[in-house]
Design a protein around this ligand. Structure first.
Ligand code: FCB
Length: 399
């Protein structure tokens, strides 16, 4: 066994998102979408994990595991329930979370937009509205005025490329559009909105790094798929990685490998190991995307999400170890990688797939909302506490 050591100030955390854990986020476009019988959602988010009330229990868990950071999102639909009308109670709620993170020795990593928008914004055209950048900018201004002095790291928009792809090209997220031209308009609006939010976050109180979190994959072309591959790389990754110059970091979020053939993405090879999401089991994606994000953007990297959906928690431990070994290899090569956030803390509402995907290191009873840490939680905490990961000299799994 060799041992990888992580730097002193390296962030070891777990990530969550408001809509997936808080419950009853009724003023958001996703709540409306979940209740549309034609949308194809498995479940309503309902009470989710009731983290709107149980947030301090969540923080206590993160602390008790030995992690030193917590990533969560502020919910725009709660903070600005009507255009220009801001809820002091909602802002105060998030202020208490930020303060309590500090009391518990956790760096609060705050995402401002994680997939949802207020219904009123969606009625005005959502990301196709000419107002979107200014609206997100003024929301960011209010959030930073309320909590900026406590933010550890700020993420503007979570996976803008996924919001654009799923909502406007594949039509499986709100607003269910399938139109390449509209997808391109929205993709550009994402980048403009990000810039407006960065400016607002930097103008307010507090001194904290600001960045974008991007969904990335280990992309490959199979024979004849070179053009599709190049197009996906450009639209989904590079256009964003070029637009983040001047930011303080880039957040990498990655789950699997994608292969492209002449007609677009192809299914993973028969017999390949899959996760419950149907993704190829591919922890190597973390090292691949961290290296790529650093090379193309030139920025320090934080792995703001990676993880797997698995009933068998030993698979999660295997994934975490292999993913973190990849991060350690990047650091050993001199790359500036500043943190690793497992997706996710709690088994939660996985968007269209509802409560069918256990990504969490902590199980949540759907009747009592009781939280139970899985062995992977203890394992991740042990790595975080020691800042060390034993690396088998020979690969653990026969290929
Ligand atoms: C990411 C999302 C996150 C969660 C994971 C599984 O794309 O950011 O909310 O759904 O995938």
């Amino acid at each position: 066994m060799a041992t990888s050591t992580f730097p002193d100030n390296f962030l070891f955390g777990a990530a969550t998102a408001a809509h997936q854990i808080e419950g009853n986020n009724t003023n958001s476009d996703w709540w409306a979408f979940e209740h549309d019988p034609n949308a194809g959602c498995r479940d309503s988010s309902g009470d989710a994990c009731d983290s709107w009330h149980r947030w301090d229990e969540d923080l206590a868990l993160v602390q008790s595991l030995g992690l030193n950071a917590y990533r969560f999102s502020v919910e725009w639909a709660r903070v600005e329930p009507a255009p220009g009308e801001f809820s002091l109670v909602a802002l105060d709620h998030y202020r208490r979370i930020v303060e309590r993170c500090h009391e518990r020795g956790l760096v609060p990593v705050v995402t401002l937009h994680h997939f949802t928008i207020p219904r009123w914004m969606s009625e005005r055209g959502g990301f196709e509205s000419p107002e979107i950048a200014q609206r997100l900018g003024s929301y960011a201004e209010r959030v930073t005025a309320a909590i900026g002095d406590g933010i550890g790291l700020a993420c503007t928009i979570n996976e803008p490329n996924v919001v654009a792809l799923m909502g406007y090209l594949l039509g499986v997220f709100p607003p269910s559009v399938r139109d390449r031209a509209r997808f391109e308009v929205v993709s550009e609006a994402m980048r403009t909105s990000h810039r407006a939010m960065v400016d607002a976050l930097r103008a307010g109180p507090g001194q904290f790094p600001v960045g974008l979190t991007l969904s990335m994959a280990e992309m490959e072309a199979i024979e004849g798929g070179e053009a599709q591959y190049a197009q996906a790389l450009e639209h989904l990754e590079d256009a964003y990685l070029r637009a983040v110059g001047g930011d303080d970091f880039i957040g990498v979020q990655c789950y699997t490998r994608l292969r492209f053939g002449p007609d677009g993405p192809v299914d993973i090879p028969a017999g390949a190991r899959r996760t419950m999401m149907g993704y190829e089991f591919r922890p190597e994606v973390v090292e691949h995307t961290v290296r790529r994000a650093a090379a193309v953007s030139g920025l320090p990297v934080v792995v703001t999400e990676t993880g797997i959906s698995a009933d068998d928690d030993t698979e999660r431990i295997e994934f975490i170890d292999s993913a973190m070994r990849g991060v350690a290899a990047c650091i050993a090569d001199g790359l500036d990688v500043r943190g690793f956030f497992y997706w996710t803390l709690l088994d939660n509402f996985e968007w269209v797939l509802g409560y069918s995907q256990p990504f969490g290191i902590v199980a949540v009873d759907r009747q009592s909302f009781a939280r139970t840490a899985k062995p992977s939680a203890t394992h991740l905490g042990r790595v975080a506490r020691s800042r060390e990961l034993s690396t088998p000299v020979v690969a653990d799994r026969a290929q």
